[in-house]
Write a protein that binds this ligand. Structure first.
Ligand code: HEC
Ligand code: HEC
Length: 272
């Protein structure tokens, strides 16, 4: 058989092979351009062509016609740099101290809470500032806390952040024999794309905007991790914490919360 006879539709093997290849091509195209785009629950397509354009990486019609897809929740509008509130003035700290009297009933007269409200003493000023902006805008909500942020002015937020960050924080307390460091805090979980907690939260490095967690109540820490994991708390910029928390197992959440909550027995007694 010459090559010419081989590549002709008269040759049934050739026809079947071409038919199979073409069929496979159509099948993958339908899967890639139509089925997969439509299976993504967070994306809404106007029609088949819209899904097709999106998969091909072309601008989507529903967007170009001025209809901007709305997110289901409010994102944080706070902008933080490493210089945010880096050098507060004495006057600002003083005004913050007066203002903080309103907060003492829950956050404690020295910024160390006796209830399960978060401690604010020694918290990074940028964190307090950002969280208050987020409670005020509604990017973070809590039935107990939100009303106290609603009427704060920008200057009051700056002042109260300056004051609390100036108070002495609870130091880390991790006697090795009682509390072995959980793996996720030191090493993260590389296979699940989780960086070590300590690389943002302090023990290894501090990334601007990552709160000081040492001495925070176990119940509060757990509740926040669960809220990030379930998507109930959504004010973390670029989903930094949601991405971490979603990948954690319930056991890792318990271990990390217990680790950061660890304090010497006399301190726990004193704040009871
Ligand atoms: C009635 C109790 C109560 C009062 C009063 C209160 N807070 Fe809070 N605050 C809370 C609770 C509870 C939370 C934790 C909310 C959550 O679980 O999301 C919180 C959270 C915060 C946070 C976030 C801390 C973090 O680590 O993320 C900041 C900052 C804060 N409060 C500042 C203030 C300031 C400033 C005032 C006074 C103007 C104030 N709070 C008054 C109960 C209170
Ligand atoms: C990539 C950096 C990064 C890593 C890694 C990270 N976090 Fe966070 N975390 C953040 C940032 C940023 C916030 C503040 C989110 C916001 O803007 O409200 C945060 C917030 C939190 C909060 C809420 C604290 C509060 O007072 O509001 C908890 C609890 C927490 N992280 C625990 C953890 C634990 C446990 C791990 C490790 C398993 C971890 N984080 C890993 C960046 C990180």
């Amino acid at each position: 058989m010459s090559t010419r006879e081989l590549f002709t539709f008269r040759n049934s093997y050739f026809s079947v092979a071409v038919g199979l290849a073409a069929g496979l091509f159509v099948l993958t195209a339908v899967a890639g351009f139509v089925v997969l785009p439509r299976l993504q629950p967070e994306l809404k397509y106007a029609d088949l062509w819209d899904a097709f354009c999106s998969a091909a990486g072309l601008p989507r019609r529903s967007v170009s016609s001025g209809e901007i897809p709305k997110s289901a929740h409010r994102s944080s509008e706070a902008v933080l740099t490493s210089m945010t509130l880096a050098h507060p003035s004495q006057e600002s700290i003083g005004r913050g101290a007066t203002l903080a009297q309103r907060c003492a009933i829950c956050h404690g007269p020295t910024g160390i809470s006796r209830a399960d409200s978060p401690n604010l003493a020694g918290q990074y000023a940028a964190v307090i500032y950002k969280e208050l902006l987020d409670f005020r805008s509604g990017a973070r909500t809590n039935a107990v806390m939100s009303p106290f942020a609603a009427n704060l002015s920008d200057r009051e937020i700056t002042d109260v952040a300056a004051y609390y960050s100036y108070l002495p924080r609870l130091p880390a307390f991790h006697p090795v024999e009682q509390h072995p460091k959980p793996r996720v805090v030191i090493y993260g979980a590389p296979m699940r794309g989780i960086a070590p907690c300590g690389s943002c939260h302090g023990s290894l490095d501090n990334k601007t905007g990552s709160p000081w967690l040492e001495g925070q109540s176990e119940a509060y820490l757990k509740a926040q991790l669960q809220a990030f994991a379930s998507g109930q708390r959504t004010n973390d910029i670029s989903q930094q914490m949601r991405n971490v928390a979603r990948g954690l197992t319930p056991q890792e959440i318990d271990e990390a919360a217990a680790y950061y909550a660890s304090q010497p027995p006399e301190i726990i007694k004193a704040t009871d």
